[in-house]
Write a protein that binds this ligand. Structure first.
Ligand code: NAD
Length: 513
């Protein structure tokens, strides 16, 4: 049970991780409330679907406008409840949602337009595919991007005509309720989007309450549990799970760009991103100089009050995470890693960990295999690009990977060898904020993709209609009654149509072939 899961009192108290003070409380729903929310969403969904693309886009664009107008209020709430810096609340949470909403609200009608399909054999008939909403989408979301991850999924589901029930992390319920408030202000029908605040396991039972699709973002362990519940009930789902994302630094990388990107990818959001850089492989030719510059740059990062503008690294949202970070550092040092800077909690109120660089790490250390989810960059020396690729691929996780090189051809060649959902060249962590591109991982990083045209279509059922283009004959030649003549004709027709080469086709008329 996490810090803020307090079902005993019937309320979840939300605390500011940077100060420890309570900033509000919300009901801790039980199964009855959750069931009621799902039923209400099911009842509201047909009306929302019938409203059509134009009306839905109008409401969502109004939501975007309200969000932009009230951006500073929302940013302050995100910072107070989650602990990231104010600039991160805007750059990593609010701006991406405003952009994603613009993209999907203005494109959904085209992405989901009925698709005509020409048939090759049955030419007198034709097909089209409609993309119908699934029904009720259950969105289960984590605390690390409490606004952008949840709201991105909610907007995509709504724009396609689904109703949504959202179960936010119990560490960040106030932000979820704020999203609902903004949606209501934009004119979204009340029951088309319901929020259920409650303890984690409630989300698993909600899978069985009559939802039609589950969008889960969170840890691999919990995701597997939710996927199991989906499997038992044959509910389709997508799973956006953990990461152990590598960065590969080639000998010809631009040192400044690389070091700045490593700092951004490793310490942005205090390292609490699924796509944080969590392993760095540096070519031996530049290892010492990159390491030295990285340590210098890391030492200059300011820990502090995330609500002030003099802070580069915010708080750790979940106290349990501090223990993981400490265990990984201790294990690495015990096994021979060099602690270059950081390596400590900050004393005093609030949950903070100093940005930390470890050098000379090896693959058997926990810090290279398990997700750390904190401001920690372990750096390893590699003898070649090939070694870097091999070590990067050798992971249970497969969300994103980064490559640093000034040679575009090398970059694209190496990118092709990396087995990850996304490869970024000379950049890190940024493409979750790009709604046009698919987001998701391989192996234990998840199942399916979100964002992108495919990610939107996944929130729909392809509804196939096959019809007669030309007036239909009384019966098709291959219907009953069956006969030897039709049987032979089918064999010959198949050989003529599908064999390659004219000679082979002609042979079809010879009974012996
Ligand atoms: P978490 O798995 O603890 O919680 C995620 C959600 O599941 C929360 O809403 C929580 O209340 C709920 N939950 C908890 N126990 C549950 C249970 N037994 N059954 C059903 N639901 C339950 O994850 P977290 O700690 O909030 O988030 C951090 C994790 O999320 C990290 O592993 C991170 O890598 C991952 N993540 C992945 C992505 C991605 O896009 N791939 C993005 C962000 C975070």
């Amino acid at each position: 049970v996490s810090r803020k899961d307090l079902p005993a009192s019937g309320r979840i108290v939300s605390r500011n991780p940077a100060t420890g003070e309570a900033i509000g409380d919300v009901p801790s729903a039980g199964e009855n409330e959750a069931r009621e929310a799902v039923a209400a969403a099911r009842a509201a969904q047909p009306g929302w679907e019938a409203a059509g693309f134009e009306r839905r886009a109008q409401v969502l664009l109004r939501f975007r406008d309200i969000l932009i107008d009230r951006a500073e209020e929302v940013a302050a709430l995100i910072t107070r409840e989650n602990g990231k810096t104010l600039q991160e609340s805007v750059a990593m949470e609010i701006l991406p949602v405003a952009d994603l909403t613009t993209f999907f609200a203005s494109r959904a009608h085209r992405i989901l337009a009925p698709k005509p399909i020409r048939l090759r054999l049955l030419r007198h008939r034709a097909s089209y595919v409609h993309y119908r909403p699934r029904g009720v989408v259950l969105v289960i979301s984590p605390w690390n991007y409490p606004f952008s991850i949840a709201t991105g999924e909610i907007v995509m589901a709504l724009v396609a005509g689904n109703a949504v029930v959202h179960k936010p992390s119990s560490l960040t319920p106030l932000i979820a309720l704020k999203t609902r408030e903004l949606m209501a202000q934009a004119g979204l029908p009340d029951d088309a989007f319901r929020v259920v605040t409650g303890p984690g396991p409630l989300a698993s039972s909600m899978v069985e309450m009559g939802v039609h699709y589950v969008s889960f973002t969170g840890s691999t362990e919990t995701g597997a549990r939710v996927a199991e519940a989906c499997g038992r009930n044959l509910i389709p789902c997508r799973m956006e799970l953990g990461g152990k994302d590598p960065a590969i630094v080639c000998a010809d990388a631009s040192p400044q760009r690389t070091v700045n990107a490593l700092v951004w990818g490793g310490f942005g959001n205090a390292g609490q991103s699924c796509a944080s850089i969590e392993r760095v492989y540096v070519h031996t030719k530049v290892y010492d100089s990159i390491l030295q510059q990285l340590v210098e740059r890391t030492r200059r990062l300011r820990l502090g009050d995330p609500l002030s503008h003099d802070c580069d690294v915010g708080a750790i949202t979940d106290a349990r995470q501090l223990e993981v970070i400490e265990r990984h550092v201790a294990d690495a040092v015990a096994r021979g890693a060099r602690l270059m800077c950081g390596g400590r909690r900050r004393e005093g109120p609030g949950l903070f960990y100093e940005p930390t660089v470890l050098a000379d790490v090896t693959e058997e250390m926990a810090v290279m295999r398990e997700e750390t989810f904190g401001p920690l960059l372990p750096v390893a020396r590699v003898a070649s690009d090939e070694e870097a690729i091999e070590r990067a691929n050798d992971s249970e996780y497969g969300l994103t990977a980064c490559l640093f090189t000034r040679n575009r051809r090398r970059a694209l060649r190496l990118a092709g060898q990396l087995r990850f959902g996304t490869v970024m060249v000379n950049d890190a962590m940024s493409t979750h904020g790009v709604p046009e591109t698919p987001w998701g991982g391989l192996r234990r990083s998840g199942i399916g993709r979100t964002h992108s045209e495919d990610g939107l279509r996944a929130l729909c059922e392809p509804h196939h209609v096959n019809y007669d283009r030309l007036p239909s004959p009384r019966r098709e030649p291959y219907w009953q009654p069956y006969s030897k003549r039709v049987y032979r004709t089918l064999i010959t027709a198949m050989r003529v149509l599908m064999r390659s080469g004219v000679r082979a086709k002609l042979r079809a008329f010879d009974r012996r072939n």
